[in-house]
Design a protein around this ligand. Structure first.
Ligand SMILES: C[S@@+](CC[C@H](N)C(=O)[O-])C[C@H]1O[C@@H](n2cnc3c(N)ncnc32)[C@H](O)[C@@H]1O
Length: 242
């Protein structure tokens, strides 16, 4: 797969209602499968996302951050601990948020049920906003980016962690075989939901490559937009300033 830009392509994300129902159905197995299917590499990627937020904030001491599409709360908790600042974790899937509650109980992390396309927060509320494996699931991710920019303070940071397009040919082929043929089968057996773990590779295949997502960030009004491949492009961090 190539990481080239394809900015002319019209992109439509998955139906919101379907996504909400799908995550409700797998919420009870989500954390286990995340760590199992990625051999816990996802934890390392989240740490790198928080490190990037810290780098973008520089000397700014954040007073409030948002983790959007926060699901079961892993990035929200990593963000809170890494920045030592209060965090709001928002997601529109109640069962996913329920699984976040235990992790957040002793921390200044507040879970809020909210749609990322219509965030219930005032303009310029947050020093930084993160979103991990969420943007790809939005019905209209470009609108989602504009909505995220609205709630970030001017100069504040956006960091996106998302699956992307492997850039190393041999590794890419091996990963693609695993991702498209093995992972859906294991996911189906453990979660009991065959469609959800087929949706994962299908949605990653349709999602834009690295350079196109940078163009989306610029189009949504973010400055200093850039990206870094993780694990040879299996995932990528994207960022920008509001
Ligand atoms: C793959 S999970 C990622 C969860 C978490 N960020 C993580 O790193 O494990 C995607 C999450 O996005 C949420 N989501 C998808 N579309 C959304 C929307 N429009 N508004 C809010 N949450 C949404 C889903 O409910 C789900 O919890």
């Amino acid at each position: 797969m190539s990481a080239g830009a394809n900015t002319g392509r019209q992109y439509t994300g998955p139906d919101s209602r379907r996504v909400q129902e799908m995550f409700a159905g797998i919420a009870h197995r989500y954390d286990f499968l995340n760590h199992f299917l990625s051999a816990s590499v996802d934890r390392h990627w989240r740490q790198l996302a928080v490190r990037k937020v810290r780098e973008l904030l520089g000397t700014v001491r954040p007073s409030l951050c948002l983790d959007c599409c926060s699901g079961t709360g892993d990035l929200a908790v990593t963000l809170q601990k890494g920045l030592d600042c209060p965090v709001i974790a928002s997601d529109f899937c109640h069962p996913m948020l329920t699984h976040a509650l235990d992790k957040c109980r002793q921390l200044p992390v507040r879970n809020v049920e909210a749609d990322a396309l219509n965030l219930p927060f005032s303009d310029k509320s947050f020093d930084a906003l993160t979103i991990a494996f969420g943007l790809r699931n939005l019905e209209n991710p470009q609108r989602g980016l504009r909505e995220m920019r609205r709630v970030i303070k001017p100069g504040g940071a956006l960091v996106i962690l998302e699956f992307s397009k492997p850039i190393v040919p041999v590794m890419g082929s091996a990963f693609n075989f695993y991702f498209h043929h093995i992972l859906p089968r294991i996911g189906a057996v453990i979660s009991g939901d065959r469609k959800a773990y087929q949706y994962l590779p299908d949605s990653v295949r349709q999602f834009p490559a690295q350079a196109e997502l940078v163009e989306w960030l610029r189009a949504a009004g973010f400055t200093d937009a850039g990206y870094r491949n993780l694990s040879g492009g299996i995932a990528a961090l994207h960022w920008g300033r509001a």
